[in-house]
Write a protein that binds this ligand. Structure first.
Ligand code: FAD
Length: 524
């Protein structure tokens, strides 16, 4: 049996197997030669003191102990080509993991995705960045892999159910992600690696007899006696099914509109909104690691900050060390920011959403839209930003101290946001209460993170797609929609997930609930 140890070591020791063995040999008082293998089980950076340490949990195998490197294998998926069909709308993490789970249960998923397969999607991302053209079905939010495909691929979640998280991480490793994601306290995959993993998941669904139809937007849901009968696609095709997992993400406004028009119960949901701040990565490293230069052994530093300002939470969201700010609009006439990083996080800039929690009462000016009030509030800010920045994919931008002082910046340096920026006083983008909180909040952030409040940092607006502005309510036990049988609202768009991992977990759960419902029906 290996011995498990908790260690705190220098970055040099953590990076070198031999040095690590020597360190451990002294600690457990055996010769370094007696140690067969050291397996790192968990790794995190402890930057609380000037001398940065790496916290490790390791398993030490002595010579004579049985050691075998863990292999992560795919489940034994059956062929489901002739099995009962279940429609899955959306090929984001929720939809894809729902499809895989359905196959494990012996059911045939038919995945309908409005966007293109991962490679075709790239051309449309170039069109947004370079030509300012937003394709309404293929963009940073829509297409194979969903909103997370061209992201930082951060894989942490607030989910307390470690077993569920570990299962998703192990499946990702089996589909080609680096096993490091099982070890790091804050794992991430990176934009360059995610597309291949997603393609391999699709290939597996197809190889097992499932279907994945791209460029197939669902435009209607067929319902009879409050029970799902199937869907209609934008080509006018009808696909019949009485079980449907709806995993369309937080940006599918047409789906919310459809549900509202059909009087299918949905409700407004609070979300968060603000700006995306960009600093140089070197400055964030200096602040977080209290050093002049990070060196080769430490990862580009992330940050996470929360403050109560004016009675509301203001916090960093989806922070991307060594990353790039992306244009994430899903329709012409609006601008939206978010961020991504390559796996090495080796870009010179660090960006993060800095957002404020909204409340349902903030949506009052849009009350006439009922359950869609929050969505219309969100849309109005995105459209205002588009107008103010010049009616293209350029975004309003302002230097951070200038913003806190309500001063238009006389110049905006080039930032990582490829379509470009227009110098705008951000107070014009947001309602007064949001501007006020953001101004105070940045001053507070500057007190906690010395150097953070600087005119070298550039704010981009808006960061508005933090989570869904609408909830599609479901029964907490059966996961079926409260009113429509056979409809399983799923993932971030339904208001039951926030991020890649929690969306994947929710996808699996919805599939399990579909399986359970069918099992009970078959027993009757
Ligand atoms: P989505 O991923 O949004 O997938 C929904 C899918 O449904 C889309 O592919 C869409 O095209 C499709 N669809 C919508 N309407 C229809 C329709 N009518 N018919 C057919 N198909 C439809 N999360 C993290 O955890 N870590 C990160 O580092 C991270 N970075 C991000 C960076 C960016 C740039 C963005 C945009 C998001 C990022 N996120 C990140 C958030 C994360 O991507 C989402 O939380 C997650 O993808 C939600 O999964 P989902 O499956 O519920 O929905």
């Amino acid at each position: 049996m290996p011995q498990e140890l908790l260690l705190q070591v220098t970055p040099e020791i953590a990076a070198n197997q031999e040095q690590l063995k020597n360190h451990i040999s002294k600690q457990i008082q055996v010769s370094a030669n007696a140690i067969q293998q050291v397996v790192v089980l968990k790794r995190s950076v402890d930057a609380r003191q000037k001398a940065i340490k790496i916290n490790l949990k390791v398993a030490v195998y002595l010579k004579g102990d049985f050691f075998e490197a863990t292999k992560f294998q795919l489940p034994d998926y059956p062929n489901v080509a002739t099995a009962q069909e279940v429609v899955v709308v959306g090929a984001g993490p929720a939809g894809l993991f729902a499809a895989l789970q359905l196959i494990e249960l012996g059911l045939k998923p038919i995945v309908l995705e409005r966007g293109k397969e991962v490679r075709g999607r790239r051309r449309d991302l170039k069109a947004i960045n370079v030509d300012h053209i937003v394709h309404e079905d293929s963009n940073y939010c829509f297409g194979e892999g969903g909103a997370g495909t061209y992201s930082d691929g951060k894989l942490y979640t607030r989910s307390k159910k470690r077993g569920d998280v570990t299962r998703i991480l192990e499946l990702l490793v089996a589909y080609g992600a680096t096993p490091d994601i099982l070890v790091e306290a804050h794992p991430h995959i990176g934009t360059n690696k995610l597309p291949q993993i997603i393609q391999d998941i699709r290939q597996k669904i197809l190889a097992c007899g499932g279907q994945v139809l791209f460029e197939t937007r669902v435009t209607d849901i067929l319902i009879k006696n409050n029970e799902v009968q199937g869907v209609v696609t934008h080509q006018g095709d009808t696909i019949l099914a009485n079980k449907m997992i709806l995993a369309t993400g937080h940006s599918a406004r047409d789906i919310y509109q459809l549900l509202d028009t059909k009087k299918i119960f949905i409700e407004a949901k609070p979300f968060a909104l603000g700006v995306r701040a960009e600093h140089s990565q070197a400055l964030i490293d200096q602040i977080q690691y209290s050093c002049d230069y990070r060196g080769e052994l430490l990862p580009p530093a992330p940050y996470s900050i929360v403050k109560q300002v004016g009675g509301r939470g203001m916090y960093s969201f989806c922070m991307c060390p060594g990353g790039v700010i992306a244009p994430c609009a899903t329709s012409p006439g609006e601008v939206v920011t978010n961020g991504w990083s390559p796996s090495k996080r080796d870009q010179p800039t660090a960006n993060s959403g800095i957002v404020i929690e909204l409340r349902l009462e903030d949506f009052k000016p849009f009350a006439k839209f009922g359950a869609l009030a929050g969505m219309e509030f969100q849309k109005s800010i995105e459209q205002k930003a588009w107008q103010l920045a010049g009616e293209s994919q350029r975004v309003p931008a302002q230097r951070m101290i200038d913003f806190t002082q309500g001063k238009v910046s006389s110049s905006i340096p080039k930032t990582s946001y490829v379509p470009g920026t227009t110098s705008v006083e951000m107070g014009q983008v947001f309602p007064g209460f949001l501007t006020q909180i953001l101004r105070e909040g940045f001053s507070e952030f500057g007190k906690s993170m010395k150097g953070y409040l600087t005119n070298e940092a550039i704010l981009h607006a808006p960061e508005s797609r933090t989570s869904s502005p609408v909830r599609i309510p479901r029964d907490p036990i059966s996961y079926e929609h409260l009113q429509i049988k056979g409809l399983y609202p799923c993932g971030e768009g339904a208001g039951y997930a926030g991020g890649i991992i929690s969306a994947a977990i929710d996808g699996e759960k919805c599939a399990l609930m579909v399986g359970e419902c069918l099992r009970q029906k078959n027993m009757q």
